[in-house]
Structures are given as structure tokens and as C-alpha cells.
Ligand binder design. Sequence first.
Ligand SMILES: NC(=O)c1ccc[n+]([C@@H]2O[C@H](COP(=O)([O-])OP(=O)(O)OC[C@H]3O[C@@H](n4cnc5c(N)ncnc54)[C@H](OP(=O)(O)O)[C@@H]3O)[C@@H](O)[C@H]2O)c1
Length: 278
Amino acid sequence: MRTLEGTTLTIGGDLTVHRLGFGAMRLTGEPAWLDRPTSIAIARRAVELGVTFIDTADAYDLGDNEKLLAEALHPYPPGMVIATKGGQINIGREWIPLGRPEYLRQQAELSLRRLRLDRIDLYQLHRIDPLVPLVDQIGALRRLQDEGKVRHVGLSEVTVEQLAEAEKITEIVSVQNRYNLTDRASEDVLEYCERRGIAFIPWLPVAPATKAGIADPITAVADRLGATSTQVALTWLLHRSPVMLPIPGTSSRAHLEENIAAASLPLSADDFAQLSAT
Ligand SMILES: NC(=O)c1ccc[n+]([C@@H]2O[C@H](COP(=O)([O-])OP(=O)(O)OC[C@H]3O[C@@H](n4cnc5c(N)ncnc54)[C@H](OP(=O)(O)O)[C@@H]3O)[C@@H](O)[C@H]2O)c1
């Protein structure tokens, strides 16, 4: 039985963070009942509980998500990494990649302003724009690095081939793909990241587990450990790989506390194997 409480991951050789991060997306926009003081209190509670890696994006509520984080946490405590993303716009329910170099530059500049930072520790290309050459998109981020406005570059929703291509242009230190216990389509990307020491940041890490059924393996392990299905899904991710950095998102303080506690859940090799076989 091993717990992964207190374990860390070093991104890009110099950003050491606790392995359970926080996804801020659900702190703004919806649900409608979530007011500003509550969102601020949840972000602060995440930090109190030891979170040192928070994920946001320029497109989350048209930049308001970044503003909220600055409102809640600035001046940021030492060691806190606020990772943001650019290169995808959100219109209603539609998400559209937009990777023109001048747009990426503008968005990074706006993120710096909203987050009240001089440099963004991790800037992730939210999506590769199929209409713009990859070299132009990554090249724009590389220039921001050269100017000291971005420390490290990450990608989101990429294939192994795209990742390898981008690595020829600048060092890629993280990949954010959808991945969880019941959706492992990005297994090959995860394995590539493991071989290259690239942080793998799974999005949608817990939502499917919240719908776990009465008789499924997730629920069976959860019952045995006296834990919730969400906690089991998170602890499985942490045990799956040392480069894994889950960013569960929530608009509920109780869920936040439950999710962070997952790092101290012991998982036996048998339970890990049983879950992996689902
Ligand atoms: N790169 C990308 O393209 C991309 C796409 C989507 C998201 N993201 C990032 O990934 C982060 C996480 O993704 P996500 O929010 O979509 O998925 P998620 O973290 O897997 O799931 C969040 C959902 O699960 C619920 N939930 C969370 N903890 C729970 C718990 N302990 N018990 C019951 N329900 C719980 C939340 O509802 P409550 O609010 O009620 O807790 C919410 O509906 C986001 O915040 C964002 O930063 C990235």
C-alpha cells in the first residue's frame, strides 16, 4: 500500500509542484449560483490545502477566470505556478482553435496583465490550429520565451506526432490531454511523455467517476477503502505515472477538500491492477 501524499513533480527542470493540481475553469461562468466571494474562497482553500499548480485559460469566461485567480491569490505565494493557455476561442458552446502568431502574442500579453505577472511559468497552446503552420504557432511561443514573457511551453490535445514536431521548435514541458480511468485514448501520448520526462496533465480527470455505478470496479475499490469513486479515480491517476499531474475542477469547497484528500489514499498493487483492467 502506497500513498502519494506530499509527492512532487518537477516541470521543465525548475517548476516543482505538488502532484495534485487544481483546474480553475469551473470557478467562473457557470453555475449561476457561484458568486465571486465563494469562488475566491475556493481558490484560496486550494492553496491552503497545499495546491501549488493551478490551471486556467484566456478563454475561460473571456479572461475573467484569470482575473479571478489574481483577485484571490495575488501576490502569489512562493512556488505557486499559475499555468494558462491561449490559442482557442470560446463562443457560446463552440470552441474554435485560433493559432495565428499575432493573436497568440496578444493573448499572452493579456494573460500577463490579467494574472498580474511579469512572466507566465507555463503557457500552453490550447489547441493546434489546423489552418496555421505548426512552426508559426510554436514559433510565436518561442519568441515570447526569448523575450522572457513565458518561461515554459506546453501543448494541449495533441498526438505523439504533433508533440514530436513541436519539440523540434522549442522544448515542450507539458501536455494536457483528456485522460481518465475510463478514457485512455491518449495512452500513447502519456507513454511518450513518460519516456521524455514531460508532465502529463489529464483534463476531465474525475467527472466520469462521479457517475460510477453500484457494481463497477471503481465503486468496489472505493467501498473497500472507505473512499468516494472520485477519490479512487484520482488516486489511480497519481499511481499510473510519476509524470501525471491531475487538475480536478470543482465549484464546490466540499468536493475540493474531498479531491485533495485523494492523495493520501493508500492503493494496493492489486487494487491498482483491478482498476487498470476496467
Ligand atoms: N485542455 C483542455 O482542452 C481542457 C478542457 C477542459 C478542461 N480543462 C481543464 O481541466 C480542468 C478539469 O476539467 P473538468 O473540470 O472539465 O473535469 P473534471 O475535473 O474531471 O470534473 C469536474 C466535474 O466533476 C464534478 N466534481 C468534481 N469533484 C467532484 C467530487 N469530489 N464529487 C462529485 N463531483 C465532483 C464537478 O462538479 P462540482 O462543481 O459540483 O464539484 C464538475 O462537474 C478544468 O478546470 C480546466 O482547467 C482543459
